[in-house]
Design a protein around this ligand. Sequence first.
Ligand code: GDP
Ligand code: ADP
Length: 191
Amino acid sequence: MTGQRLFVITGATGSGKTTVSHYLSQAYNIPRVVTHTTRPPRHAETNGVDYYFETPTTFAMNHFIERVTYADYSYGSSHEGLAKAWQKNNFASIVLDTKGAATYVKTLGTRVVLIYLMVDDPKVLVQRLSQRGDNTKMIAQRLASQEYQRDLIIPAALKKAAHVIINDDWQQAKQQTDHLMTQIKQEVVAD
Ligand SMILES: Nc1nc2c(ncn2[C@@H]2O[C@H](COP(=O)(O)OP(=O)(O)O)[C@@H](O)[C@H]2O)c(=O)[nH]1
Ligand SMILES: Nc1ncnc2c1ncn2[C@@H]1O[C@H](COP(=O)(O)OP(=O)(O)O)[C@@H](O)[C@H]1O
Protein backbone atom coordinates (compact mmCIF):
# COMPACT_ATOMS: atom_id res chain seq x y z
CA MET A 1 0.00 0.00 0.00
CA THR A 2 1.26 3.52 -0.78
CA GLY A 3 2.80 5.31 2.17
CA GLN A 4 3.43 2.23 4.26
CA ARG A 5 6.69 2.32 6.20
CA LEU A 6 8.26 -0.02 8.74
CA PHE A 7 10.77 1.54 11.14
CA VAL A 8 13.22 -1.31 11.73
CA ILE A 9 15.15 -0.48 14.90
CA THR A 10 18.37 -2.39 15.42
CA GLY A 11 21.63 -2.15 17.35
CA ALA A 12 23.33 -3.83 20.29
CA THR A 13 21.56 -4.91 23.45
CA GLY A 14 21.08 -1.87 25.69
CA SER A 15 21.59 0.66 22.88
CA GLY A 16 18.02 1.95 23.30
CA LYS A 17 15.99 0.09 20.64
CA THR A 18 12.99 -0.43 22.91
CA THR A 19 13.24 3.15 24.19
CA VAL A 20 13.06 4.51 20.63
CA SER A 21 10.15 2.23 19.69
CA HIS A 22 8.24 3.40 22.81
CA TYR A 23 8.98 7.00 21.87
CA LEU A 24 7.64 6.45 18.32
CA SER A 25 4.50 4.98 19.85
CA GLN A 26 3.96 7.77 22.40
CA ALA A 27 4.95 10.77 20.29
CA TYR A 28 3.76 9.63 16.86
CA ASN A 29 1.21 6.90 17.59
CA ILE A 30 3.31 4.37 15.67
CA PRO A 31 2.46 0.81 16.79
CA ARG A 32 5.23 -1.71 17.38
CA VAL A 33 5.11 -5.18 15.89
CA VAL A 34 5.12 -7.62 18.82
CA THR A 35 7.58 -10.45 18.14
CA HIS A 36 7.94 -13.92 19.61
CA THR A 37 10.63 -15.35 21.87
CA THR A 38 11.52 -18.36 23.99
CA ARG A 39 13.51 -16.09 26.36
CA PRO A 40 11.92 -15.91 29.84
CA PRO A 41 10.18 -12.58 30.59
CA ARG A 42 12.11 -9.93 32.53
CA HIS A 43 10.67 -8.55 35.72
CA ALA A 44 8.75 -5.67 34.04
CA GLU A 45 7.73 -7.43 30.81
CA THR A 46 4.19 -8.48 29.90
CA ASN A 47 3.15 -11.28 27.55
CA GLY A 48 1.51 -9.93 24.39
CA VAL A 49 2.85 -6.43 25.01
CA ASP A 50 6.64 -6.70 25.11
CA TYR A 51 6.80 -10.09 23.40
CA TYR A 52 4.75 -13.19 22.91
CA PHE A 53 6.62 -15.40 25.36
CA GLU A 54 6.65 -18.95 24.02
CA THR A 55 7.82 -22.44 24.74
CA PRO A 56 9.91 -24.06 22.00
CA THR A 57 6.77 -25.99 20.95
CA THR A 58 4.41 -22.99 20.70
CA PHE A 59 7.17 -20.89 19.10
CA ALA A 60 7.40 -23.37 16.21
CA MET A 61 3.67 -22.95 15.45
CA ASN A 62 3.94 -19.33 14.18
CA HIS A 63 4.14 -18.18 10.54
CA PHE A 64 7.46 -16.43 10.56
CA ILE A 65 8.80 -13.85 8.13
CA GLU A 66 12.16 -14.57 9.74
CA ARG A 67 13.51 -16.17 12.89
CA VAL A 68 16.90 -16.11 14.58
CA THR A 69 18.81 -17.45 17.56
CA TYR A 70 20.19 -14.74 19.85
CA ALA A 71 22.22 -15.65 22.96
CA ASP A 72 20.77 -19.20 22.91
CA TYR A 73 17.09 -18.18 22.68
CA SER A 74 14.79 -18.12 19.63
CA TYR A 75 13.21 -14.90 18.36
CA GLY A 76 10.91 -14.47 15.39
CA SER A 77 8.55 -12.04 13.70
CA SER A 78 5.32 -13.22 12.13
CA HIS A 79 3.35 -12.20 9.05
CA GLU A 80 0.31 -11.71 11.30
CA GLY A 81 2.20 -9.34 13.63
CA LEU A 82 3.21 -7.04 10.80
CA ALA A 83 -0.25 -7.09 9.20
CA LYS A 84 -1.82 -6.23 12.57
CA ALA A 85 0.46 -3.23 13.12
CA TRP A 86 -0.01 -1.94 9.55
CA GLN A 87 -3.78 -2.28 9.94
CA LYS A 88 -3.60 0.29 12.75
CA ASN A 89 -1.28 2.74 11.01
CA ASN A 90 0.67 3.09 7.74
CA PHE A 91 3.75 3.57 9.91
CA ALA A 92 4.80 0.74 12.25
CA SER A 93 8.01 -0.14 14.09
CA ILE A 94 9.81 -3.38 14.89
CA VAL A 95 12.85 -4.09 17.10
CA LEU A 96 15.25 -6.64 15.60
CA ASP A 97 18.81 -7.92 15.77
CA THR A 98 20.99 -6.98 12.79
CA LYS A 99 20.40 -10.33 11.08
CA GLY A 100 16.63 -9.83 11.15
CA ALA A 101 17.06 -6.21 10.04
CA ALA A 102 18.98 -7.39 6.96
CA THR A 103 16.16 -9.80 6.09
CA TYR A 104 13.57 -7.01 6.29
CA VAL A 105 15.66 -4.65 4.15
CA LYS A 106 15.88 -7.41 1.54
CA THR A 107 12.19 -8.34 1.74
CA LEU A 108 10.48 -4.95 2.05
CA GLY A 109 13.01 -2.72 0.26
CA THR A 110 12.12 0.98 0.30
CA ARG A 111 9.24 0.45 2.74
CA VAL A 112 11.88 -0.06 5.47
CA VAL A 113 13.28 2.90 7.40
CA LEU A 114 16.33 1.41 9.05
CA ILE A 115 17.59 2.86 12.34
CA TYR A 116 20.87 1.64 13.80
CA LEU A 117 21.39 2.74 17.41
CA MET A 118 24.78 2.94 19.03
CA VAL A 119 26.67 4.45 21.94
CA ASP A 120 30.25 5.72 21.72
CA ASP A 121 31.49 3.54 24.59
CA PRO A 122 30.20 -0.08 24.77
CA LYS A 123 30.89 -0.16 28.54
CA VAL A 124 27.85 2.10 28.88
CA LEU A 125 25.69 -0.71 27.47
CA VAL A 126 26.62 -3.04 30.32
CA GLN A 127 25.76 -0.36 32.90
CA ARG A 128 22.39 0.19 31.21
CA LEU A 129 21.55 -3.52 31.33
CA SER A 130 22.20 -3.53 35.09
CA GLN A 131 20.17 -0.36 35.56
CA ARG A 132 17.33 -1.95 33.55
CA GLY A 133 17.27 -4.70 36.19
CA ASP A 134 18.49 -7.59 34.01
CA ASN A 135 19.75 -10.38 36.23
CA THR A 136 23.49 -10.92 36.46
CA LYS A 137 23.38 -14.40 34.94
CA MET A 138 21.41 -13.18 31.92
CA ILE A 139 23.78 -10.23 31.42
CA ALA A 140 26.81 -12.56 31.47
CA GLN A 141 25.15 -14.93 28.98
CA ARG A 142 24.29 -12.00 26.71
CA LEU A 143 27.78 -10.47 26.79
CA ALA A 144 29.37 -13.84 26.03
CA SER A 145 27.21 -14.37 22.95
CA GLN A 146 28.52 -14.07 19.45
CA GLU A 147 25.36 -12.13 18.52
CA TYR A 148 26.05 -9.41 21.11
CA GLN A 149 29.58 -8.90 19.74
CA ARG A 150 28.30 -8.90 16.15
CA ASP A 151 25.67 -6.20 16.77
CA LEU A 152 28.11 -3.77 18.43
CA ILE A 153 29.21 -2.72 14.95
CA ILE A 154 26.91 -1.97 12.06
CA PRO A 155 27.19 -4.77 9.48
CA ALA A 156 28.55 -3.67 6.09
CA ALA A 157 25.35 -4.82 4.37
CA LEU A 158 23.25 -2.37 6.45
CA LYS A 159 25.56 0.65 6.32
CA LYS A 160 24.17 2.21 3.18
CA ALA A 161 20.52 1.97 4.19
CA ALA A 162 20.88 2.87 7.88
CA HIS A 163 20.10 6.09 9.71
CA VAL A 164 22.64 5.94 12.53
CA ILE A 165 21.47 7.46 15.81
CA ILE A 166 23.96 7.96 18.64
CA ASN A 167 22.21 7.38 21.95
CA ASP A 168 24.76 8.63 24.48
CA ASP A 169 22.28 11.25 25.55
CA TRP A 170 18.52 10.65 25.27
CA GLN A 171 17.57 14.28 24.51
CA GLN A 172 19.94 14.26 21.54
CA ALA A 173 18.79 10.83 20.35
CA LYS A 174 15.18 12.04 20.58
CA GLN A 175 16.04 15.09 18.45
CA GLN A 176 17.65 12.87 15.82
CA THR A 177 14.56 10.66 15.82
CA ASP A 178 12.27 13.69 15.39
CA HIS A 179 14.42 14.92 12.53
CA LEU A 180 14.17 11.52 10.82
CA MET A 181 10.38 11.47 11.28
CA THR A 182 10.06 14.87 9.58
CA GLN A 183 12.17 13.62 6.69
CA ILE A 184 10.15 10.40 6.25
CA LYS A 185 6.80 12.21 6.44
CA GLN A 186 7.99 14.52 3.65
CA GLU A 187 9.13 11.55 1.57
CA VAL A 188 5.78 9.84 1.96
CA VAL A 189 3.86 12.95 0.85
CA ALA A 190 6.09 13.10 -2.24
CA ASP A 191 5.54 9.35 -3.01
N1 GDP B 1 15.59 -11.11 14.07
C1 GDP B 1 14.82 -10.86 15.12
N2 GDP B 1 15.35 -10.29 16.22
C2 GDP B 1 14.52 -10.04 17.26
C3 GDP B 1 13.14 -10.33 17.23
N3 GDP B 1 12.59 -9.95 18.41
C4 GDP B 1 13.60 -9.42 19.13
N4 GDP B 1 14.77 -9.47 18.45
C5 GDP B 1 16.12 -9.04 18.84
O1 GDP B 1 16.69 -10.03 19.69
C6 GDP B 1 17.71 -9.42 20.48
C7 GDP B 1 17.55 -9.83 21.94
O2 GDP B 1 16.37 -9.25 22.44
P1 GDP B 1 16.09 -9.15 24.00
O3 GDP B 1 16.35 -10.46 24.64
O4 GDP B 1 14.73 -8.56 24.20
O5 GDP B 1 17.24 -8.20 24.51
P2 GDP B 1 17.53 -6.64 24.43
O6 GDP B 1 18.14 -6.34 23.10
O7 GDP B 1 18.46 -6.45 25.54
O8 GDP B 1 16.24 -5.90 24.66
C8 GDP B 1 17.58 -7.93 20.26
O9 GDP B 1 18.55 -7.53 19.32
C9 GDP B 1 16.19 -7.78 19.69
O10 GDP B 1 16.12 -6.66 18.86
C10 GDP B 1 12.62 -10.95 16.04
O11 GDP B 1 11.45 -11.26 15.91
N5 GDP B 1 13.49 -11.20 15.03
N1 ADP C 1 20.31 7.81 26.40
C1 ADP C 1 20.11 7.03 27.46
N2 ADP C 1 20.71 7.34 28.64
C2 ADP C 1 20.55 6.55 29.72
N3 ADP C 1 19.79 5.44 29.77
C3 ADP C 1 19.17 5.08 28.62
C4 ADP C 1 19.28 5.85 27.42
N4 ADP C 1 18.54 5.25 26.46
C5 ADP C 1 18.00 4.15 27.03
N5 ADP C 1 18.35 4.06 28.33
C6 ADP C 1 18.00 3.00 29.29
O1 ADP C 1 18.91 1.92 29.04
C7 ADP C 1 18.27 0.65 29.20
C8 ADP C 1 18.36 -0.12 27.88
O2 ADP C 1 17.55 0.52 26.90
P1 ADP C 1 16.55 -0.32 25.99
O3 ADP C 1 15.72 0.64 25.22
O4 ADP C 1 15.85 -1.36 26.80
O5 ADP C 1 17.65 -1.03 25.02
P2 ADP C 1 17.51 -2.22 24.00
O6 ADP C 1 16.06 -2.39 23.65
O7 ADP C 1 18.34 -1.80 22.81
O8 ADP C 1 18.10 -3.42 24.67
C9 ADP C 1 16.83 0.96 29.61
O9 ADP C 1 16.75 0.89 31.02
C10 ADP C 1 16.62 2.41 29.13
O10 ADP C 1 15.67 3.09 29.92
